[in-house]
Design a protein around this ligand. Structure first.
Ligand SMILES: [Zn+2]
Ligand SMILES: [Zn+2]
Length: 318
């Protein structure tokens, strides 16, 4: 018998680790950007990080293809001839990890034989070939091609979206983060955690733009965006002028309809009930308000406009 055959999840988890790690490696370098260090120079110096990212992305993509093949049978991944399998009665067991598995063209063809081709984005084949060619050059010591960080970031996002669907990149970033052993559920830590997530989406938006990012979320992030009641209330951004509330908007009406009474935030992944009422601030066209602080009989309620964060005292019932 062939023992210890891998499962869908075994391959998937390792594949996601590879893809997320390559994202972290790139964002980590960009975090060192300053006004005196042009990004181009920074990346000329750090080309090795982009080359190792390509190797990781390639491993990630192949892992996700192997995961899918495992849904049919992990034995389809074996490269050894069947006449070499120790599978007859009375023959010694073989461990899956000691056998050779398929790669490259064989893997690609087996993958497409196992899936409904329509379930995979038609651009996947082109992406895989591009990464495979670049990765082979790097592995064989021909890594002279200059790589661009934004292209590699797009490779990572596309790998997730083509193979695991929209939202899978962001979900994986969140899951990976909250599994961190340093994460503890005391209040200080939570603030810190949300801020880190907030920075990650801002980072991607800054370099790739909303139109590109929008391809990877099921929510239309090009729709009118609102301040998140939680992230804006609790977020603290340290700037030269002191501590400011974050001003960028990652909450959206859910569903995106004129009379919707819920906003959902991508960063903290929570939904908030809102009312639809025009903001009293002169230059604000917002009409989505959140009950920030519920007053009692003597104290007014405090409603906040999720477009301009104008706070209003009001004694109203609903
Ligand atoms: Zn939020
Ligand atoms: Zn307003």
């Amino acid at each position: 018998m062939i023992k210890n055959t891998p499962s869908y999840n075994d391959y998937k988890e390792v594949a996601i680790e590879c893809l997320i790690q390559s994202f972290y490696n790139i964002s980590e370098i960009d975090n060192h950007l300053t006004s005196r260090t042009p990004r181009e120079k920074l990346w000329e110096y750090n080309q090795i990080v982009l080359r190792t990212s390509i190797v990781l992305i390639h491993q990630g993509i192949e892992g996700l293809m192997k995961a899918e093949i495992c849904q049919k049978s992990p034995l389809l991944l074996l490269n050894n001839k069947r006449s070499e399998w120790n599978s007859l009665p009375n023959s010694a067991d073989q461990d899956f990890s000691e056998l050779y598995t398929i790669a490259g063209e064989d893997l690609l063809k087996t993958f497409y034989a196992c899936i409904n081709e329509k379930s995979i984005n038609p651009n996947f084949l082109g992406l895989y070939e591009e990464i495979r060619t670049k990765r082979n050059k790097i592995i064989h010591g021909l890594g002279a091609e200059k790589l661009n960080p934004d292209t590699i970031l797009k490779y990572i996002l596309n790998s997730f979206t083509y193979l695991l669907g929209k939202d899978s990149f962001w979900q994986s970033v969140l899951i990976k983060f909250y599994k961190h052993p340093g994460f503890e559920h005391d209040d200080d830590q939570v603030d810190w955690e949300e801020k880190i997530q907030y920075n990650k989406i801002e980072y991607l938006n800054f370099f790739l733009g909303k139109a590109e990012l929008n391809k990877h979320f099921s929510v239309d992030i090009k729709a009118r965006a609102y301040l998140c009641p939680y992230c804006t209330e609790n977020g603290e951004l340290y700037t030269n002028s002191g501590v400011n509330r974050p001003t960028s908007k990652w909450a959206f009406l859910h569903p995106n309809k004129p009379n919707s009474k819920v906003v959902a935030c991508i960063v903290c992944q929570a939904e908030y009930e809102v009312i639809r009422e025009d903001c009293t601030q002169e230059n604000c066209k917002g009409n989505v308000k959140y009950l920030l602080q519920k007053g009692d009989e003597d104290e007014p309620n405090i409603w906040v406009c999720l477009t301009c964060w104008n706070e209003e005292d009001k004694k109203i019932c609903g």
